[in-house]
Design a binder for this molecule. Structure first.
Ligand SMILES: Cc1cc2nc3c(=O)[nH]c(=O)nc-3n(C[C@H](O)[C@H](O)[C@H](O)COP(=O)(O)OP(=O)(O)OC[C@H]3O[C@@H](n4cnc5c(N)ncnc54)[C@H](O)[C@@H]3O)c2cc1C
Ligand code: SF4
Length: 512
């Protein structure tokens, strides 16, 4: 019998060969443990495609380790001996192998991190939890960056990250003379705009068996498993990235904020699920995009805009999460208490923008940033939906969603629940914005030009109602001065009509 002295735990979003927990595997005495457990798959009702993606990617990762001669104990969801919790699987593995130590990498969620902190005592063996060095800013470094700052604006963090990692730099200056080319990245969709064709991946036996398992065990979860298109191995994720850099990146900047019916992806990269699960490493992705600019294969506004998302936003939201938790999840600056309407799960609403965004989500476990922020997020903000319900929805329905990244984006950026820690003003917008940035309104039952009456776009009255009910909290915000001035100048009778229409909408949200 082969002896095992150490168990190296790999979680479902840690599928990177360079993971810190795997850095010192001993062929004779190390055992890698991976487990599909119900407790992690169901603490929110994750989208079926998200579960299938992760289980298939985990199984392929385990297989790749074994091919390198590494011993892996892989516990499938339907293994009769599976205790369905990580801690119990770890305890069982320790008992059955006689191992006397555990090595892990820090996880992506406060809830699990708290559990992991108690493992050593509860399991009776040393549990070493190592830094996740796939991220480009450690939590300690982020804490040091934010110390003493009154404002935590992402832009300044991003500039520091550019300098620190020498990305798109010329000496001490940004290439092209500017840090940020966002002003060039807000084009509305041109008529007939279509995104490039995307690649797909053959489903092998592992993926097919995971799809059957998920259909059988998670039938009541949101989403469809039809046309499962995810990359599930490092090599497939690499093909996705190469395709993006070669064919899609040049158009990324121009249409970053545009939304088009039937075109869920446009020029977005679709790599978030792979980076977050570890199939792609952020620094590699950044270097590849940077090289595309140096080689003249993509313009600077596209490359800088893309890199800012990964080197800036992605690292920044993680820093916010770990330096603000545990209290962050309970923040509700705008005292929003309403329940989440059912159409977030069904997509059944006459509001075409919402039907499109939720429909894409049901089909692909994906919708792009502006749909998340300015359609589903904006509606929840305007309607005053409770942050906890909105956050649970975002965490469940997107294939790239983990608490560390979903929570700050939803509670902080989309819902202003942290009172402006992340965003300098709420991302609240009327139907006018959606009309300008999409072609959704043309085939909607509502009219974006109307504010009251049965055909009026609900976003319009809700927008003014949002400002009116939050006057005390928001009217001092310099970036909202013009909007509050417009509201105050409005004829009181018109104001009354708008607020009364908004109340009717809010009383019957399910009927929209
Ligand atoms: C309400 C809301 C919830 C969100 N929840 C998540 C989530 O759970 N998981 C997640 O990865 N992203 C989340 N985002 C951020 C962003 O919408 C997604 O990263 C992006 O849509 C993924 O698609 P893509 O890979 O095509 O991204 P692209 O638009 O091509 O962007 C490139 C990459 O940059 C990174 N990125 C871009 N914006 C952000 C951001 N704001 N925060 C973190 N990383 C970013 C991602 O890794 C992404 O793959 C959320 C945004 C909002 C407004
Ligand atoms: S009219 Fe309003 S509800 Fe309809 S698609 Fe446009 S913004 Fe959405």
């Amino acid at each position: 019998m082969v002896s095992v002295s150490r168990i190296h735990l790999v979680l479902g979003d840690q599928l990177s060969p360079s993971l810190s927990a795997l850095s010192d595997l001993e062929p004779d005495t190390s055992l890698v443990l991976m487990a599909e457990v119900m407790s992690e798959a169901t603490y929110v009702k994750h989208h079926k495609k998200k579960i299938a993606f992760l289980f298939s990617a985990m199984r392929h990762f385990a297989q790749a380790l074994e091919k390198k001669g590494i011993r892996v104990r892989y516990v499938t969801l339907d293994d009769p001996k599976n205790t369905q919790s990580l801690e119990n699987e770890l305890a069982r593995a320790l008992r059955e192998t006689g191992a006397t130590a555990v090595v892990a990498t820090e996880c992506g969620e406060w809830r699990l991190a708290e559990e992991m902190r108690t493992w050593s005592e509860r399991l009776g063996v040393p549990v070493e939890i190592r830094t996740d060095d796939r991220f480009l800013c450690s939590i300690d470094d982020f804490r040091a960056w934010r110390k003493g700052r009154k404002q935590l604006r992402m832009e300044y963090f991003y500039r520091d990250m550019r300098r620190r990692h020498r990305v798109l730099m010329e000496g001490d200056d940004p290439v092209g003379g500017k840090w940020n080319f966002d002003a060039e990245n807000r084009k509305p969709p041109a008529s007939g705009l279509k995104g490039p064709k995307r690649i797909s991946h053959r489903k092998d036996e592992i993926t097919k068996s995971v799809l059957s398992l998920v259909e059988a065990r998670f039938a009541e979860h949101m989403g469809t498993l039809e046309s499962f298109h995810f990359a599930v191995t490092e090599a497939q994720a690499e093909r996705e990235l190469a395709h993006f850099i070669d064919e899609v990146l040049p158009g990324f900047g121009d249409y970053q904020d545009a939304m088009v019916e039937g075109e869920p992806y446009l020029y977005h990269s679709l790599i978030s699920a792979y980076v977050n699960a570890g199939l792609l490493l952020p620094l590699d992705v950044i270097r590849r995009a940077e090289a595309a600019w140096y080689e003249g294969r993509a313009p600077l506004n596209a490359v800088e805009g893309f890199i800012r998302q990964i080197l800036g936003w992605r690292e920044y939201v993680r820093g916010i999460y770990w330096t603000e938790m545990p209290g962050y999840a309970d923040r509700n600056h705008l005292k929003a208490e309403r329940g989440l309407p059912w159409f977030y799960w069904s997509g059944e609403t006459r509001m075409n923008c919402m039907a499109q965004a939720v429909g894409d989500t049901i089909e692909h476990a994906y919708s792009h940033h502006i749909q998340r922020l300015m359609v589903t997020g904006n509606f929840a903000l305007l309607a005053g939906i409770a942050p906890s319900e909105v956050c649970e929805w975002y965490l469940a329905v997107y294939a790239d969603a983990y608490d560390w990244v979903e929570l700050p984006n939803t509670l902080g950026m989309a819902l202003y629940g942290d009172g402006g820690l992340m965003a300098s003003k709420p991302y609240a917008a009327s139907g006018k914005y959606i009309d300008r940035m999409s072609n959704f309104c043309g085939s909607c039952a509502y009219d974006p030009k109307l504010t009251t009456g049965p055909k009026a776009c609900p976003f319009n009255a809700l927008y003014w109602e949002f400002l009116a009910r939050n006057t005390e909290r928001l009217s001092g915000n310099a970036r909202l001065t013009n909007m509050y001035a417009t509201w105050r100048r409005m004829d009181p009778l018109k104001q009354k009509a708008i607020r009364s229409h908004a109340s009717k909408i809010l009383e019957a949200l399910e009927d929209l």
